[in-house]
Design a protein around this ligand. Structure first.
Ligand SMILES: Cc1cc2nc3c(=O)[nH]c(=O)nc-3n(C[C@H](O)[C@H](O)[C@H](O)COP(=O)(O)OP(=O)(O)OC[C@H]3O[C@@H](n4cnc5c(N)ncnc54)[C@H](O)[C@@H]3O)c2cc1C
Length: 467
């Protein structure tokens, strides 16, 4: 498949006439949409700040007529370069379509435009006693449209699932410019192929999402957590598995390896700091939620299991203030890693939970072989490990990239996947054939060709090379 690029000068003039002030070509507007959080920088020819579905449909129709690339974009917090205009082309910025159209407390659903920030939806639902569980760490900066396109997850996945589990239905503009409704407004529905689940997670390659109907839940009456320090990661994982096999399904089960713990150890309460020697200690964070009494009971039982499994220290967080302090330790890790190294490649492999310790245990050999540092933290409850591969200077980048591939191969050999939540985009597409067999890849390329015969929507993303 050819990869269309930028519109020529004549077509750009046509787009300016068509979209007026909503077509942005000023250098600062273009520069602002040249990057995401992958570290890549690829400027588009122009940006359409979409204000309606009709504009989205018109742009895609014109892209087919004049063969230029269109790249959907939410807030640009993606870590895989998915929203970047690699071949030039027009970035379709969806952030101005940001209305919460309705929160229906009788049906326990929300209807939103794609540019709504995840945190804003969670707060609006909360105000009505309702709960939108998906909680990517970027929730205050990323959009629901971007979350749906990448099937974003977060700590709550272990109990509540990912974004995909909350999208009941959606409206999308197909690459041809046709508008489709997929899914339902109901909690069940089995009519026809499940196009909703196909579009969710398709990273802006099969359609532009312009409206979503989302499932909500009643908000839990109480949320309570604890952190526990273990002598090493193996002991920490044994505690996690014990909690799950003794009848508990916590709302989050997170972990930090020794390197991460060293980086954020200053945020631990004073009485715990001396338990961290800077050796091999690891931290787990376990959250419970639900009815007030049952949550308190579950938290007490989990604390007892953590002690029994050899915790060196426990930090209980029974109220909102203590809970925030504990979550701050976990959430500060990525920023601190990012700030502390010149080269930083974020991988987010997932392995079966019983093999997390094995995966993390294999990392020192990778570090030694490639002369780099790897920080491991993430979602112990669902096996999704954020591996941050780092080096102090740019010259080491090729070695960091080789080590990243080695980590992906390792995860796959343990029955895992190369990405639990960040997606493939540009950053990982060269590795796709390691995970997806040729027959499956052929079906996937066929779906892309069927929906996007001229390959104008986000060309080149997901798939390695040209066919
Ligand atoms: C500090 C930090 C923490 C993060 N934590 C998490 C985490 O815990 N879990 C997690 O899953 N991710 C996490 N991420 C990654 C990122 O926030 C998610 O991938 C998020 O879903 C991207 O949303 P966005 O609005 O920024 O989308 P963008 O980055 O703008 O786009 C992402 C992809 O979605 C497509 N897209 C965007 N909007 C639409 C639309 N309306 N229709 C069709 N396609 C569209 C784009 O083409 C692109 O392929 C984190 C990122 C950062 C920087």
């Amino acid at each position: 498949m050819q990869h269309p690029g930028a519109p020529n000068a004549e077509v750009l003039t046509l787009l300016e006439r068509e979209f007026g002030a909503d077509l942005l070509t000023a250098p600062e507007a273009v520069e602002a949409r040249s990057r995401d959080d992958s570290g890549l920088c690829l400027p588009p020819a122009a940006v359409l700040l979409a204000r309606s579905e009709a504009q989205v449909a018109r742009l895609l129709t014109l892209a087919n007529e004049h063969l230029f690339a269109v790249v959907p974009r939410g807030a640009g917090t993606g870590l895989a370069g998915g929203c970047l205009a690699e071949t030039g082309g027009v970035v379709l910025d969806m952030t101005a379509m940001n209305r919460i159209i309705a929160i229906d407390s009788d049906s326990v659903t929300a209807t939103v435009e794609p540019g709504v920030l995840t945190g804003d939806l969670r707060r609006a639902a909360r105000a009505q006693g309702l709960f939108y569980p998906p909680d990517p760490a970027s929730l205050d900066t990323s959009t629901i449209g971007g979350n749906a396109a990448t099937n974003a997850g977060g700590p709550a996945c272990v109990k509540y699932g990912t974004t995909r589990d909350y999208v009941l239905g959606l409206t999308a503009v197909l690459p041809t410019g046709e508008v489709i409704q997929a899914g339902t407004a109901t909690r069940k529905g089995v009519v026809g192929y499940d196009l909703t689940r196909l579009l969710v997670g398709s990273e802006g390659t099969l359609g532009v999402i312009t409206r979503l109907t989302l499932k909500l839940l009643p908000h839990p009456a109480r949320q309570q957590c604890l952190a526990a320090i273990y002598p090493d990661l193996g002991a920490a994982m044994r505690a996690i598995i014990s909690v799950m096999t003794r009848g508990h399904l916590p709302a989050a089960m997170e972990f930090l390896d020794a390197r991460c713990l060293k980086l954020v150890g200053d945020l631990l309460p004073e009485h715990v700091k001396h338990k961290v020697s800077g050796g091999r200690e690891a931290l787990v964070l376990i959250e419970s939620d639900g009815g007030a009494e049952e949550t308190a009971r579950e938290a007490a039982s989990i604390e007892a299991i953590c002690r029994e499994l050899g915790a060196l220290a426990i930090i209980p967080a029974p109220d909102d203030e203590a809970r925030e302090a504990v979550w701050k330790v976990r959430r500060s890790v990525s920023t601190r890693i990012h700030e502390s190294c010149a080269v930083y490649i974020p991988e987010d492999i997932a392995v079966p939970i019983g093999r997390i310790a094995e995966m993390v245990g294999a990392l020192p050999a990778v570090e030694e072989r490639f002369g780099i540092d790897i920080y491991a933290f993430g979602h112990a409850g669902d096996g999704n490990i954020h591996l941050n591969l780092t080096a102090p200077d740019e010259a080491a980048r090729p070695r960091v990239e080789q080590a990243a591939e080695e980590c992906v191969r390792l995860a796959l050999s343990l029955g895992g996947t190369m990405s639990g939540e960040h997606g493939v985009g540009m950053a990982k597409r060269h590795l796709l054939p390691l995970e997806i067999a040729p027959a499956s890849l052929k079906v996937q390329r066929g779906i892309k060709r069927l929906l996007d015969p001229n390959n104008i929507l986000n060309p080149g993303k997901l798939f390695p090379g040209e066919e």
